[in-house]
Design a binder for this molecule. Structure first.
Ligand SMILES: [Zn+2]
Length: 89
């Protein structure tokens, strides 16, 4: 896995400063069927290739990020703030 993560707020930082929550999947609507919530909480695909993941910069800016990573090669493609393009540090 790449050893440096390009945090949009802190620059390139060692991966040890981050914790990973998992795949960045869309949250169901609050009134969605229980089966949709079950799928959201418990079921995940295990794709080979590019995947958006939630990463938390726990030892840096403490922001949640969405990082695009190749699950086979661990190459990093994109890193952005999870709150959106206008989020501040
Ligand atoms: Zn950061």
């Amino acid at each position: 896995m790449a050893s440096l993560v390009p945090c949009p707020h802190c620059g390139r930082r060692p991966k040890e400063e981050f914790t990973i929550r998992g795949a960045a999947v869309a949250r169901p609507a609050p009134d969605a069927e229980p089966s949709a919530w079950f799928d959201y909480v418990y079921l995940r695909d295990n794709p080979r290739g590019r995947l958006d993941e939630y990463w938390h910069h726990a030892s840096g800016c403490r922001r949640w990020l969405v990082l695009t990573r190749d699950t086979a090669t661990h190459e990093l493609y994109d890193c952005r703030d999870a709150a959106g393009p206008g989020a501040s540090a």
